[in-house]
Ligand binder design. Sequence first.
Ligand SMILES: CC(C)(COP(=O)(O)OP(=O)(O)OC[C@H]1O[C@@H](n2cnc3c(N)ncnc32)[C@H](O)[C@@H]1OP(=O)(O)O)[C@@H](O)C(=O)NCCC(=O)NCCS
Length: 186
Amino acid sequence: MRITDVEASDESLVQDIAAMLVDGFRQNAPEAFPNLATAVAEVRESFAPDRVSRVALDDQGMAVGWIGAIKHYSGHTWELHPLVVKVDQQRRGIGRALVRDLEQRVVALGGSTIYLGTDDEQSQTSVAGIDLYPNVWQHVRNIRNFRDHPYEFYQKLGFAIVGVIPDANGFGKPDILMAKRVGLGT
Ligand SMILES: CC(C)(COP(=O)(O)OP(=O)(O)OC[C@H]1O[C@@H](n2cnc3c(N)ncnc32)[C@H](O)[C@@H]1OP(=O)(O)O)[C@@H](O)C(=O)NCCC(=O)NCCS
């Protein structure tokens, strides 16, 4: 497996990544990429100058994972968005490798922090399906993972929960905010 930049001119790779996005988010966040056209638009947006777009290719050159990032805060901080690993290739270390690669890219670009929002639209955690107000932080502090929500994947990679947006996707469907210091910046 190798990780490389996605070339905007590689139309067949763009289509493969888009298909991976639709498949990867279908189960837990179906509204994220409801169809191929939405996913293709997302991949194309990742070619903007203030973005990072990196793909994991297997030994046959097929896309098995994709990670993007968006520059914020004058480049001190980047938003990881999105991350997907091909459904039949998950839990083999590809997601970890993509995040590590992004961390190195952000450091090389002078950034110090990566943050992300990871939605819980399917009551996979204890912070979904309930009213988080008024003691929001009590719920965050006691968060539990019922069904493979990716916040735990990010924790394993050194990200901390730094907040939550209650009802971000409708009542009881929060967005869990996470961040990691990856360097001291410039
Ligand atoms: C979340 C995702 C990117 C993880 O990628 P992956 O290649 O399967 O993860 P890795 O194999 O690198 O896992 C690294 C560690 O995290 C753990 N992990 C992976 N997914 C996890 C999950 N959903 N819940 C809890 N732990 C998880 C792994 O078991 C492994 O733990 P270990 O180091 O103790 O062995 C992948 O499952 C995916 O694409 N999911 C669908 C799309 C998605 O949810 N994207 C993120 C939205 S914010």
